[in-house]
Design a protein around this ligand. Structure first.
Ligand code: UD1
Length: 421
């Protein structure tokens, strides 16, 4: 197993290119199932999760040609509609094939994803919505078996909670349904917006893109013909590198970003004393003289993203004063707290809130990555910890960060990937 050895204390400088967004690419790859023709995707991030979902498509019988950032996918040849446990258990987002498989083939079987390190993460809202669209759903042997032999029917879906994956699954299902589907309380994350735009560009009439109410006119089971899609920049990767600049008190530039998508992170970093120069597709962060404490609550877009909570906690550890961080989306997303404390942080947890008392110094130690974003928080802390930090179990990082150690090394960090003896 690989681990990262990081020697803290190096200043960063220069620029880093932000990759395509994993969380935009995953639903877009799933959406290619709605077509029986070739679709080209560009600016894909070179991360494990993307390869896992592409592998699932080939297991279903799809043809995939993939080289790092570009994939040509042809799902005209799909022969199976079963998404097996071996893949879904590796990556929860595989559940995104449920809506498109059911919509295109009228039946499918998808393994239940199960819980994960950050909480239970049920899919009840996805299933309830598909049932409202006429699907028969049964859970048996660890699989969701869904059937809609006459095709799905447009319906009015009211989500009890805003769900990104749920909205994406239903948008994809609705695209081929008979009639119009309305989604109330839809997610409006940039990744949902790009999926809707891809489907709208294929000729499906969608109203309300980027709002909490979507209306989708289905094609009555006619497969879609997609144009080439260029994946949007990864706002979480961008936010993570901004935190790297802030925590190491360095000036660095991020190339290929969408400022609008990272507004919540920029605002919080400004309140912590950082300043910014914005150009059309790039952003330069100038560090704070002393990092001020922050108060933040994770919430749906355009609020502060839960996927940036752990990285801001690492930064708050180095602030002068006490920060308060409340996690509202996932019940167990604080696994990084005890690992940060191993490096010398002073963080107290009470329910869904963490109180972070700033410290003057962190000290290198062995720490363990627990989930994707928690892992990047440990890397950030390691960049300023005195001595050597070994971040273990970095397969979590490999799922979602494109060449993290390469990009950080290029910025001047002392970070190397090593193999456990
Ligand atoms: C997506 C992102 C993830 C991000 C999350 C929230 C992808 C691949 N992943 O995950 O990085 O942290 O959005 O921004 O895009 N819920 C239910 N029932 C459901 C569905 C969700 O109770 O059927 C709950 C979840 O447990 C959670 C909340 O709703 O508490 C939001 O989850 P959701 O938006 O669905 O997250 P994901 O789509 O899984």
């Amino acid at each position: 197993m690989d681990y990262l050895e990081i020697v803290g204390g190096k200043k960063l400088s220069g620029s880093v290119k932000i990759s395509g967004a994993k969380n935009a690419a995953l639903p877009i790859i799933a959406a290619t199932i709605l077509s029986d023709k070739e679709v080209t995707l560009t600016n894909l991030p070179n991360v494990v999760d993307i390869r896992t979902l592409l592998k699932l498509l080939t297991m279903l019988g799809g043809e995939v040609e993939h080289n790092e950032t570009v994939a040509h996918i042809n799902n005209g040849s799909i022969t199976s509609t079963k998404a097996v446990y071996e893949i879904v258990s590796q990556m929860r987002a595989s559940i995104l094939v449920l809506g498109p498989l059911l919509a295109r083939f009228g039946e499918c079987e998808v393994s239940l994803p199960g819980g994960c390190a950050i909480g239970q993460r049920p899919i009840d809202l996805h299933l309830k919505a598909l049932e409202a669209m006429g699907a028969n759903i049964e859970i048996k042997g660890g699989y969701v078996r869904a059937e809609a032999k006459e095709g799905l029917i447009g319906a009015k879906i009211i989500f009890d909670k805003i769900t990104v994956g749920g909205t994406e699954n239903i948008v994809m299902a609705a695209a081929l349904a008979h009639g119009t589907t309305t989604i109330i309380n839809a997610a409006k994350e940039p990744e949902v917006v790009q999926l809707c735009e891809m489907i709208a560009d294929a000729g499906v009439k969608i109203e309300g893109i980027g709002t909490n109410e979507l209306s989708i006119e289905g094609t009555c089971w006619k497969p879609l013909d997609f144009q080439t899609v260029e994946i949007i920049p990864d706002r979480i990767e961008a936010g993570t590198y901004l935190c790297a600049g802030a925590i190491t008190q360095s000036t660095i530039t991020l190339e290929k970003v969408n400022h609008q998508h990272i507004r919540a992170s920029i605002d919080k970093l400004e309140s912590m004393g950082c300043t910014f120069e914005l150009e059309e597709e790039s952003i330069t962060i100038h560090p704070a003289e002393t990092i001020k404490p922050v108060s933040l609550i994770t919430i749906e877009y355009p609020g502060f993203p839960t996927d940036m909570q752990a990285q801001f906690m690492a930064l708050a550890v180095m602030a002068e004063g006490e920060s308060l961080i409340e996690e509202r989306l996932f019940e167990n997303r604080f696994m990084h707290v005890s690992e940060l404390n191993r490096l010398g942080a002073d963080i107290w947890l009470k329910g869904s809130t963490a109180a972070v008392k700033g410290v003057e110094k962190l000290y290198g130690a062995d720490v363990m990555a627990t989930d994707l974003r928690a892992s990047s928080a440990l890397v950030l802390a390691a960049l300023v910890a005195e001595g050597i930090t070994n971040v273990r179990r970095i397969y979590h990082l490999d799922r979602g960060y494109d060449d993290l150690e390469g990009k950080l090394s290029k910025l001047g960090a002392d970070i190397v990937r090593k193999k456990e003896a």
